[in-house]
Write a protein that binds this ligand. Sequence first.
Ligand code: SF4
Length: 65
Amino acid sequence: MRVVVDMENCHGHARCASLLPELFDSDDLGYAIVKDEGRVPLALEERVRIVVQSCPERAIRTEEN
Ligand code: SF4
């Protein structure tokens, strides 16, 4: 699984980075930065699904490899 952020829709409140810092960082304005080119370790897949649901802008999606 890979995680992708649509930066057109990201509004930069850094919720993803606070919920899952293993995979997301945020820039100085709070906009999402995806770590490790979005590769999701198996152990984090369930938490990624929660983050996808938690993004208020629906800016995060997953793709299967
Ligand atoms: S939670 Fe969504 S809108 Fe907010 S910073 Fe993360 S990707 Fe962007």
